[in-house]
Design a protein around this ligand. Structure first.
Ligand SMILES: *Cc1c(COP(=O)(O)O)cnc(C)c1O
Length: 458
């Protein structure tokens, strides 16, 4: 019998996160005056200990003991050889996936929710606000707040709130409060409702509401939390790649190809960054972030300075952006519908250290179903994008007769996204591709901002 699962014991869990800011250069975030943002500018929004982490250039950062204690509820996560998928494809490649669906909320997101809530608690914060699109981040943060005894308030985009009632129930099971956004609780929400009482809402409006709810609490005991994009989120997620490296070492292997789906960039970064370090130091390795063709940030949007939210509350971030007003077409991988991309991931793409790919919605679901019918697990709609790329690479290895090692992130399960599968089986889903004109139309969102420099890290 061939080995399927490579598991680490709890005492093999990594004790430090890897901070890629020690090894690459990044353009600084800019404030409204065009000057780099300092820690004090962010203090009303995030606790200072997390702001320090956001700006740190230390290569290795210790994971606090209370964080490890909670992470050990499900970590280390298994590294699984997709033997059945390999056999179905007839590929000589070895396919490994890091199974992040084993966390209580079912995705990689609690890897950062847990430390973020911990640092807020240490800083004396009692209540955290956030937004959620598909509901995965809201449930991860509710779970984390329940572990550390903080209150959690989630503004959930109206369409998802109506379409996915079970996500709200999950948040409530962990003691979180979830309201549909736009809500009547904030100025931003009321303004959006006044404009259009029937609005389906958007991530941009929900972010504005969550930030406003945090900074307008005069007790000073509320902060806001973001589940992707920022440097400290990528940092926390590297525990996945560090575990995977140890797991492959146990069987004497090293990846030739690394693949992760990319929304804001965090699950991709978490798996890939510890290997990007090896690549910077000379290793030959292909690293592919995979995004939907309907929201092609890395593959087609320019590298610019742009806001992280629609309302323009956030600093300008150096990133690949489709424009902060961009509303992606209604495809189902809610977690991949973000107009921008993590500055770290954007920087690596700009330098050619990683090679972005895109796949269409239908080919992603086909890959997801193939995976479910071989490996058994039903992937989240986001994860299926990575799987489509995995299958392409495995087929390429078959043509070339190469025994490649493919490492992919299995970012979450799809058990609360079955509505999307239902529509796929009913042939009710279609592909969206953006025209060049639609992409050019977004230029107005960022054309008056400064341009980031093209920096070189090696
Ligand atoms: C949120 C989410 C994503 C996309 O977010 P990233 O920050 O790009 O990782 C991908 N997969 C799953 C299962 C998610 O919940």
């Amino acid at each position: 019998m061939e080995v399927r699962k490579i598991v680490l014991t709890e005492d093999e869990i990594p004790r430090q996160w890897y901070n890629i800011l020690a090894d690459i250069k990044l353009n600084p975030p800019l404030g409204p005056n065009g000057k780099p943002v300092g820690p004090d500018d962010l203090a009303p929004v995030f606790p200072m200990n997390l702001i320090e982490q956001e700006m740190s250039t230390e290569r290795w950062i210790d994971i606090p003991e209370p964080v490890l204690d909670v992470l050990s509820i499900w970590r280390p996560s298994p590294l699984v050889r997709a033997l059945s998928l390999e056999r179905a494809i007839g590929t000589p490649a070895k396919i490994f996936f890091k199974n992040e669906s084993v966390s209580p909320p079912g995705s990689h997101k609690p890897n950062t929710a847990i430390p973020q809530v911990y640092y807020n608690k240490v800083f004396g914060i009692k209540r955290i606000t956030t937004e959620t699109g598909a509901g995965q981040w809201g449930s991860a943060l509710s779970f984390a707040c329940s572990q550390f005894g903080l209150e959690c308030k989630v503004f959930m985009v109206r369409v998802s709130f109506d379409q996915k009632p079970y996500r709200k129930a999950m948040m409530e099971a962990w003691g979180g409060k979830c309201v549909a956004s736009p809500s009547t609780e904030t100025r931003a929400g009321r303004a959006a409702l006044e404009k259009n009482p029937d609005t389906p809402g958007s991530l941009g409006i929900a972010i504005s509401e969550a930030v406003e709810a945090a900074v307008s609490d005069t007790s000073g005991e509320t902060r806001y939390s973001l589940g992707s994009v920022l440097n400290h989120v990528m940092l926390h997620q590297t525990i996945m790649g560090l575990e995977a490296k140890k797991q492959l070492e146990k069987v004497g292997l090293y990846p030739d190809v690394i693949i992760g789906c990319a929304g804001g960039g965090s699950n991709f970064a978490g798996l890939a960054f510890p290997f990007v370090l090896d690549k910077i130091n000379g290793k030959e390795i292909e690293i592919y972030p995979v995004e939907p063709a309907a929201c092609p940030t890395l593959t087609r949007a320019p590298f610019v300075y742009d806001h992280g939210d629609t309302a323009g509350y956030t600093p300008l971030l150096p990133m690949h952006s489709l424009g902060h007003d961009f509303v992606p077409p209604p495809f189902h991988a809610g977690g991949l519908r973000y107009h921008g991309m993590a500055p770290t991931v954007s920087q690596l793409a700009d330098e050619g250290l990683i090679t972005p790919k895109s796949v269409t919605q239908l080919s992603a679901y086909e890959a997801g179903v193939k995976f479910a019918r071989t490996e058994g697990h039903i992937p989240a709609p986001e994860t299926t994008h990575a799987l489509a790329c995995v299958i392409d690479e495995a087929l390429k290895a078959k043509e070339e007769g190469k025994e490649k090692v493919i490492l992919a992130n299995w970012s979450g399960h799809g058990l609360l996204d079955l509505g999307a599968y239902e529509r796929f089986f009913a042939k009710d889903l279609s592909d969206f591709e953006l025209s060049d004109d639609e992409i050019r139309a977004s230029e107005k969102d960022y054309e008056n901002f400064p341009r980031p420099e093209h920096l070189k890290s090696r």
